[in-house]
Design a protein around this ligand. Structure first.
Ligand code: AMP
Length: 284
């Protein structure tokens, strides 16, 4: 595995890789890798000969008062995990490489970014799409893999690719969970043992929605009530939103179908966690 941290180096390497006729897949991350990130690499390798992973904690997607400064970082460990999984090039730019002084242009999403995560984190998706757009330009991948864990992000990246006529395929990979249901997240490292247990209310609420759906319930309001009952058992968890939505633009629905999305965000102590399921699939 080669590590590249400047744009000219990255471009040179990509040009050479492409000259060999190889398909290139991009896996964008903020590092502190876990099995969820590594499944994106597995999927990328199934579909392309060459996998480029980026590790960049993107300051643009953090709001004031969010955890940019404390976001977990361990590049030495990321190098080992990425290489062992078959990443060929690791792009690790510094902030001044991605946003040199004077940089000011942003990718501004449409109304799909205004709800759920976008409402809770103003400006977040403009930050995400700007960095993803830059990475797409730098690597010009044939495809890029994203996790369903961040479902609104995946929806918006697809929308950006469609609206800006980008010639690449977006592949969305199912959420990887711990055995007890907790979705893997770099932020899980913030949780102490009690909070780790309390956080199970999120996946527990999603399971409750899935079970109600399997039992025949189709009213979103009834699914939301089932979720609230599970969440109420864990007062340490503060719910930020609870979404029951259609899968394409995440607009709320009143009547659900198997492909409806159920998503939620909550705080356990100072840690903000998100999770979601496709209703017909459950926790997987
Ligand atoms: P992050 O480093 O949090 O920006 O995540 C980088 C990519 O990994 C995004 O596409 C995420 O959706 C994806 N990802 C994060 N956690 C998981 C997970 N538990 N399962 C699958 N993909 C994930």
């Amino acid at each position: 595995m080669i590590e590249l941290s400047s744009i000219p180096e990255l471009r040179r390497w990509v040009r050479a890789a492409r000259a060999g006729g190889r398909r290139i897949a991009l896996v964008p991350t903020m590092g502190y890798l876990h099995e969820g990130h590594l499944r994106l690499v597995d999927e990328a390798r199934r579909r392309a000969e060459t996998v480029v992973m980026s590790v960049f904690v993107n300051p643009l997607q953090f709001g004031p008062g969010e955890d940019l400064a404390s976001y977990p970082r361990d590049l030495a460990r990321d190098r080992v995990l990425a290489e062992a999984r078959g990443v060929e090039a690791l792009f690790t730019p510094g902030e001044a490489v991605m946003y040199p002084p004077g940089s000011e242009i942003r990718v501004i999403p449409g109304p799909t970014a205004d709800r759920w995560e976008g409402a809770a984190r103003p400006g977040h998706f403009a930050g995400v799409l700007t960095v993803v757009a830059k990475l797409f330009h730098l690597v010009e991948p044939d495809l890029a893999t994203f996790g369903r864990k961040d479902i609104q992000q995946a929806v918006l990246v697809r929308q950006m690719v469609r609206d800006l006529d980008w010639p690449l395929e977006i592949v969305v990979v199912p959420t990887v969970r711990e055995a007890d249901g907790l979705a893997l997240s770099s932020r899980n490292t913030y949780l102490d043992a009690d909070q780790r247990r309390q956080a199970l209310a999120l996946s527990g609420a999603l399971r409750a929605a899935h079970e109600a759906f399997v039992a025949g319930e189709r009213r979103a309001s009834a699914l939301a009530a089932a979720m609230r009952r599970r969440l109420d058992l864990e007062p340490a968890v503060t719910v930020e939103y609870l979404a029951i939505a259609e899968p394409r633009g995440l607009a709320p629905v009143e009547t659900v179908e198997a492909d409806s999305v159920v998503a939620l965000a909550g705080r356990v102590g100072r840690t903000r966690l998100i999770d979601n399921i496709i209703l017909g699939e459950g926790l997987g």
